[in-house]
Design a binder for this molecule. Sequence first.
Ligand code: SF4
Length: 405
Amino acid sequence: MTHNEHRLMGCSSDEEPGAGTMIFPQIGSHDQAVSNRSSEFIRRYFPLTNVTSWNDWRWQLRNSFTTAEALSRVMTLTDDEKNTLHRLKNRLPLRVTPYYLSLIYDSEPGAPLRRTMIPTSGEMIITEAEKADPLDETGSSPVPGIIHRYPDRALFTVTQFCSSYCRYCTRSHSVGKLGHLTKDEWEIAFRYLEEHTEIRDVIISGGDPLTMNNKKLEYLLSRLRSIKHIEILRIGTKIPAVLPQRITPQLVSMLRRYHPLFLSLHFTHPDELTKETRRACEMLADAGIPLGSQTVLLKGINDYPATMKDLMHKLLTVRVRPYYIYQCDLIPGSSHFRTTVETGIDIIENMRGHTSGYAVPQFVIDAPGGGGKIPILPSYVVESGPEKWVLRNYKNNRYTYPNKK
Ligand code: SF4
């Protein structure tokens, strides 16, 4: 990925990637939604910046933090964080939006959101089971950008850029490193989708597709909508959590023209549900876009039943339906993030029956080597046979269901 680096207000600054000549500026549409926390951060570190600029997603991208030096100007890094930041060559780069950093900058080392964005030396430990492409997405990729694993759906990775890079990213082998697909590669991908009439559902992913400008996004959506056998479009994004300023009225009114369109939102921790993020989710929900959440289970970050339940409850209040909790994939340098599988089962056990079913996502393992998502459930079946099934409920009480008419 190429970035035009220059300095602005003590932070590194990048041109919005992938915009090319198709720029569609949107400024100042969220003026009301600046939390006290963000206001304090702006006052301290961007004193010459007004709220309109702060709320411009392009400003956020241009002023994202990409180096240890830039981070050091607004927060006290530990030696471990500093050293690791200087050893990231050829690995997932650092990138955090000013907005998301405003949630992190004054937190203690080890705080949940801080750990998701600021690398530590745990990332340098590579274990035997870890692989650069643990889900073998390359092996299921017939043409650049398309991953076709399941019969009736395909993933289209339209960009390798994100506004902020999560240290546990499954695609850390490619995001932030590979360039964008060329126009010709997009056309090859469209042709593949046209020829494969069995595909009825396309998941637009990346990187983060919502880092593209509206014009490019609309071209993508309209091109996919022109393929008659594609019924459902989905966009996978972490934008409402890391760059809620991107959810503008213009974006939302464009997206709603491409229904049925679903958004799979990536959330990690209840602290992400700020005033700005809530507003972004509500705008999307008001446009009739079904919202689901995906969460990676991360050691010391969200691996407590109470934290996960709090996150799921907060998501429901902004009309985001909890969809998946993922066991952390075996990417290189992720052992410090990974929990045991039992931890995930315990979290589901502590939610199922203890809160509404809408709040309980599926816990899945994306099978190493490309086997797809496999749901993992606590075992509620005590005994089964042709005569009867003996089941236990969330209180561990047993009930018999006769298996005959
Ligand atoms: S937003 Fe998604 S694709 Fe981007 S770094 Fe985070 S997990 Fe990876």
